[in-house]
Design a binder for this molecule. Structure first.
Ligand SMILES: *[C@@H]1O[C@H](CO)[C@@H](O)[C@H](O)[C@H]1NC(C)=O
Ligand SMILES: *[C@@H]1O[C@H](CO)[C@@H](O)[C@H](O)[C@H]1NC(C)=O
Ligand SMILES: *[C@@H]1O[C@H](CO)[C@@H](O)[C@H](O)[C@H]1NC(C)=O
Ligand SMILES: *[C@@H]1O[C@H](CO)[C@@H](O)[C@H](O)[C@H]1NC(C)=O
Ligand SMILES: *[C@@H]1O[C@H](CO)[C@@H](O)[C@H](O)[C@H]1NC(C)=O
Length: 539
């Protein structure tokens, strides 16, 4: 057995997929349908090894993860990894534009490394509307033992995957969208796959616990709070934050936060609460924080959330900053990268819009509504297959004109440093995710962005993260080092918008053609569409 693993590892190292000095973790996952009862009625969920949510990945900075995924569904399937940067390795990103789907009854092994990363993330199924059926799970990346962490080790480390949920199954929801309709309002909220009071988190009085909360829902922002307890924010999507205290936290679609909770209250049980934000009807779900010496169940109404004001949420967002002196994944402090002194070389302004195109509801970025091609874009690029996509098929700025369908790919240069401004003239909160990168959140405000808006940018301790909200009638500006060659998905985390075109691909290109910039295509890469029958390696 050991020799087989050593041989496998040696082969991987020789092929340049993984760093042989760093440890390996192996996972074998069977993805199947199974009965779940999250809102009390039976539904067909997507399970991983029989679990909903799926198994948690616990790993340490720089480790290599070898994840063998067996697709026992009757549909093609892919997993993607929200916030895992896949350095030099967009081959493993697991989205439609980078990977061929794993056909029903077949398997694929992801070989990825959590290079230079710490923090809290999640994985999810990226194709069709599978995310509405489950298939997601938490990812914790711990710091290496030699790296100081800016808080004492907590007595426990709990993951909370929360989000809205629908009674309709994923094929019916997808059929709504395919027919040009919108999604209905969600039927409830789930915490770790269960409705109200379906989970109990047991704690010892006097001790401090870490909670890692991700919004894995499809449609709504949520607010998170714990009855009678304050939360000390310590980490956001891989960056240690200034340790501010919050009564409640807004968590937008696709975002992840870590808080420390000190159990310093009288011994009883308390409600852990999530509720929808910015919705006229407010959905709520609770779990139980159980003091191990408690004899009393949780009582009183669960604490209410903030009202729907945007200003409250905007002010909270502005208070979330990085701790410049804390370590991140490396021993040098996070603040040693002086992003505020780097000159940007390009400004990309991205405006979302809702459009009817050919009589059907679509969503667009700079008027372009993304449609899949018959071949993953990364493979078309690698094999130089013409006619799958063209660079420059999405403009750098809003056009203001109607909408059109296109397999949109934006060209960008490796090692450039760009400014990205998300502009939202709609009346709903947007949430954007960029694969393969982390970005600095320079500022956000109401109204129209203009170059003068730069005077309000945070040039010193902006948080760096991978998923960011844009409030209604507002803008959010980022600085982003393009330090990762590959084909990267830029998408709305609102799953109907994403599915109906509010996404595109950013092709970060280096002319060097060197393994130092990008790994070669994996030998086990699945090939499909016009890439079928090609060779991943010269004979
Ligand atoms: C996966 O799970 C399904 C359903 O339980 C089972 O039929 C199948 O044999 C499993 N496949 C593997 C490879 O374990
Ligand atoms: C699929 O699983 C089999 C059996 O474990 C393994 O030999 C094979 O390499 C896997 N294929 C891929 C593409 O990972
Ligand atoms: C920032 O991190 C340092 C170093 O770990 C720590 O001592 C300090 O308390 C932190 N400051 C804040 C405000 O979070
Ligand atoms: C979803 O529900 C419909 C009935 O509303 C059913 O026909 C279909 O088979 C279900 N799909 C899955 C994947 O469970
Ligand atoms: C950025 O641009 C300014 C003004 O052109 C220049 O003075 C400065 O040296 C540049 N900074 C860097 C790091 O290149």
């Amino acid at each position: 057995m050991t020799s087989v693993v050593i041989l496998a590892v040696t082969v991987l190292v020789i092929l340049g997929f993984a760093n042989g000095e760093d440890p390996y973790r192996f996972f074998t996952w069977n993805v199947s349908y199974g009965d779940i009862y999250p809102l009390g009625v039976k539904q067909q969920g997507i399970l991983i090894n029989g679990q909903f949510p799926g198994p948690q990945i616990e790993t340490v900075t720089n480790e290599n993860l070898i994840v063998s995924v067996f697709n026992s569904l009757d549909e093609p399937f892919l997993l993607s990894w929200n916030g895992i940067q896949q350095r030099r390795n967009s081959w493993q990103d697991g989205v439609y534009g980078t990977n061929c789907p794993i056909p029903p009854g077949q398997n694929f092994t992801y070989i990825l490394q959590v290079k230079d990363q710490i923090g809290s993330f999640f994985y999810f199924p990226s194709l069709a509307f599978h995310k509405a059926a489950g298939g997601f799970g938490g990812i914790k990346i711990f710091s290496r033992s030699v790296i100081p962490v800016p808080f004492p080790p907590p007595a426990g480390d709990y993951t909370i995957l929360a989000g809205d949920w629908f009674r309709q199954n994923h094929t019916d929801l997808k059929a709504n969208l395919d027919n040009g309709l919108n999604l209905p309002f969600p039927d409830g909220l789930l915490i770790n796959g269960r409705g109200s009071n379906g989970n109990t988190f047991t704690v010892d009085q006097g001790k401090t616990y870490r909670f890692r909360i991700s919004n894995v829902g499809l449609m709504t922002s949520i607010n998170f709070r714990i009855q009678g307890h304050k939360m000390l924010l310590v980490e956001v999507e891989g960056t240690h934050t200034l340790q501010n205290t919050y009564e409640s936290l807004d968590i937008h679609l696709g975002q992840s936060y870590s808080v420390l909770v000190t159990c310093d209250q009288p011994a009883q049980d308390y409600y852990i609460v999530v509720s929808t934000r910015f919705t006229s009807q407010v959905l709520t779900a609770t779990s139980i924080l159980h003091y191990s010496n408690s004899a009393l169940s949780a009582s009183g109404p669960p604490p209410g959330g903030p009202t729907t004001e945007i200003d409250w949420s905007l002010n909270q967002a502005r208070s979330i900053r990085q701790n410049l002196t804390a370590s991140g994944p490396r021993p040098n402090p996070q603040g040693s990268y002086h992003y505020g002194l780097v000159n940007t070389t390009r400004t990309i302004r991205l405006a979302n819009s809702a459009r009817s195109i050919n009589g059907k509801q679509r969503y667009a970025v700079n008027s372009v509504s993304f449609i899949p091609a018959d071949t993953p874009l990364k493979l078309a690029d690698h094999f130089n297959i013409q006619g799958v996509f063209s660079l420059g098929s999405i403009p750098d700025s809003p056009t203001g004109s109607g909408g059109y369908l296109q397999t949109s790919v934006m060209a960008a240069d490796f090692r450039s440093f760009v400014e990205i401004v998300f502009e939202n003239s709609e009346d709903t909160v947007q949430s954007w995710h960029i694969d393969g990168h982390i970005f600095f959140v320079m500022g956000m405000d109401g109204g129209q962005w203009s170059p003068a808006s730069r005077s309000s940018y945070n040039l010193r301790d902006a948080i760096s993260r991978c998923t960011i909200q844009v409030y209604p009638g507002s803008w959010t500006a980022l600085y982003m080092p393009l330090d990762n060659v590959g084909m990267w998905n830029v998408r709305s985390e609102n799953w109907a918008r994403q599915y109906l075109g509010q996404q595109f691909y950013l092709r970060v290109y280096s002319p060097a053609n060197s393994w130092r910039d990008e790994y070669p295509i994996p030998k086990n890469a699945l090939l499909c569409g016009r890439a079928s029958g090609r060779k991943t390696r010269p004979l």
